[in-house]
Design a protein around this ligand. Sequence first.
Ligand code: PHE
Length: 357
Amino acid sequence: MDDLRDKYLAAIANAGDESTLEGLRVQAVGKKGEISLKMRELGKMTPEERQVMGPKLNALKDEINSALAAKKQALSDAALDERLRAEWLDVTLPARSRRMGTIHPVSQVTEEVTAIFADMGFAVAEGPQVESDWHNFDALNIPGHHPARAEMDTFYMHRAEGDNRPPHVLRTHTSPVQIRSMEAQGAPIRVICPGRVYRADYDQTHTPMFHQVEGLAIDKDISMANLKWVLEEFCRAFFEVDGVELRFRASHFPFTEPSAEVDIRCSWADGTLKIGEGDDWLEILGSGMVHPKVLMAGNIDPAAWQGFAFGMGIDRIAMLKYGIPDLRAFFDSDLRWLRHYGFASLDQPTLHGGLSR
Ligand code: PHE
């Protein structure tokens, strides 16, 4: 019995994994195990022999069983320790950068523009990209025969043969959102409307889809002076240059009267553009006082209310601010370009935290 004991205790101590241990258990105390067979032999013994052997065998069986249980616990503790070591993770390490991609300059600039105008009390309004001919043109004082329709290289939506309703268009500017805002909320209004617009045009500074932001302020005493202040305030904040200088140039839009295009002072020294200095001027937006016919189309009484509106190219001011030479690359989805011109995904532009850091 001592041999049996030594043999099994040594084997259990040396077992390297749970399946070896299980094998030993079956071999020793399983149904047909060595010790179990010995216990069956008790029946053939004399009562005297049995009185000696019975307790001894039971004690041996208990000893083997507890050795098995202790070893099993030790093996699983060791396995857990090993796993904890292998899967150790330092949650205080800084996050890996760049893993979430980058923010596209158009998104970045839209956020910047929104932050600046929000600070001046403008809400954000949106309208559909597939727009009714009426909202895109007629309501903005551009009747059917008007040359502006042809100038804008409009994309028309297909209508089924025999359907003679006026066509829908891919909106050619964000100005129809002026009308939709007037219809939806009436006067007074202070909104900006950023979004996609479409024109059939393609070269270094034109793509068939691009982005504009419309501005619209309607109230009781709005004048060109308010327009000028708002735009100057915007440009100073947006370009992050103190000496920004704007030039208002008389112009014409069917939906504003009077109308002005706005240029920004810049220089082109060594092929790089600098905002706020130099002898060149770059056009950045169209603007004016909302035409009375447009107010009427939006169910607003032009005798009681007036307002200003402007429309600015988001892609264009992104190119200017961040020195991006070719507009077409904006929409190529080239990862190298996105990594170069993109913005860190966790930095939201705010006026207090910095717009473009
Ligand atoms: N919608 C005009 C454009 O796309 C811009 C504009 C908007 C001009 C509002 C005046 C007022 O060119």
